[in-house]
Design a protein around this ligand. Structure first.
Ligand code: ADP
Ligand code: ZN
Length: 211
C-alpha cells in the first residue's frame, strides 16, 4: 500500500501519517524529518538545505527527489509506505511516476489558515528524538515542555515563526495546491477535515484507506 498525505504545513500530516503507520505497519516517510536529520548531523549538504528550510522555501526538486529515492531503496519500504511532505510540487509527483511508483490513495487534509497559524505557533518538538507535541491540542506533553518519549526539553522549530509560517503558506498555495487537481484527475484523491480533533481525523483517514 502506498499512501500520500497532502495538506498545508501544520495541517496535521505528520501526526496522521505517524498514527496510520502504526496501524498499517508500514513506514511513514517524512522528507521534512529527513532534511532535519541532515541539518542536525551537519556536513556539506546541511548549509545548502538550511538556506531554504529556515526561510520557509522549498528545497529544490532535484535535491529532495534524490533524498527520497535513497530512502525508498531501504528494505523496510518493500511492503508499502506513507509519504508525508512529498510530493510538494508537480515535478516531484512526476518524479514518483517516472520511478514507476503507483500510488493507491492521496489524502488531502484540509485546515483553515488561521487554525494552521495557531497550531504552528504552539507546536513543540523534541530536539533529541523528533517527537512532536502541541500545547494547544490534545497532543500536549504529559509534563510541560518535556518529551514524553525521551525526557528531553522541547523546543520550537526554527521555521515555526510568524513570518516563516506566512511564507510557507504562500509557497504551499502556489506550489503544492496544484497537486489536488493532479491527483483528483487520477481519481485517487480523498479529503479529510483536519480541523476536527486528531482522533476523529485519524478515524476518518483509516476508513478512507480501507475503502
Ligand atoms: P511543514 O510543517 O511545513 O509541513 P516539513 O517538516 O514537512 O514541514 O518540512 C520542513 C521544510 O523542509 C519545508 O518547509 C521545506 O523547506 C523542506 N521540505 C520538506 N519536504 C520537502 C519537499 N518535498 N520539497 C521541498 N522541500 C521540502
Ligand atoms: Zn524526545
Amino acid at each position: 500500500m502506498k499512501i500520500i498525505f497532502l495538506g498545508a504545513p501544520g495541517s496535521g500530516k505528520g501526526t496522521q501519517s505517524a498514527l496510520l503507520s502504526k496501524k498499517l505497519g508500514i513506514p511513514a516517510i517524512s522528507t521534512g524529518d529527513i532534511i532535519r536529520g541532515i541539518l542536525k548531523s551537519g556536513g556539506d549538504k546541511a548549509e545548502v538545505l538550511k538556506s531554504y528550510t529556515e526561510n520557509g522555501k522549498l528545497v529544490p526538486d532535484d535535491l529532495v527527489i534524490e533524498l527520497l529515492k535513497s530512502r525508498l531503496s531501504n528494505p523496510d519500504c518493500s511492503k508499502g509506505y506513507i509519504l508525508d511532505g512529498f510530493p510538494r510540487t508537480v515535478a516531484q509527483a512526476e518524479a514518483l511516476e517516472n520511478m514507476g511508483i503507483k500510488i493507491d490513495t492521496v489524502i488531502d487534509i484540509n485546515v483553515e489558515d488561521d487554525l494552521i497559524c495557531k497550531r504552528m505557533l504552539s507546536r513543540l518538538v523534541c530536539p533529541k528524538c523528533g517527537s512532536v507535541f502541541n500545547s494547544a491540542t490534545e497532543m500536549k506533553p504529559k509534563v510541560q515542555n518535556i518529551c514524553d518519549n525521551c525526557g528531553a526539553e522541547l523546543i520550537q522549530r526554527k521555521d515555526d515563526t510568524e513570518e516563516t509560517i506566512r511564507t510557507r503558506l504562500k509557497v504551499y498555495k502556489e506550489q503544492t495546491l496544484p497537486l489536488r487537481n493532479y491527483y483528483s484527475s487520477k481519481k485517487i484523491l480523498k479529503t479529510v477535515d483536519g480541523g476536527a480533533p486528531i482522533s476523529q481525523s485519524s478515524a476518518e483517514v483509516l476508513s478512507l484507506v480501507k475503502n
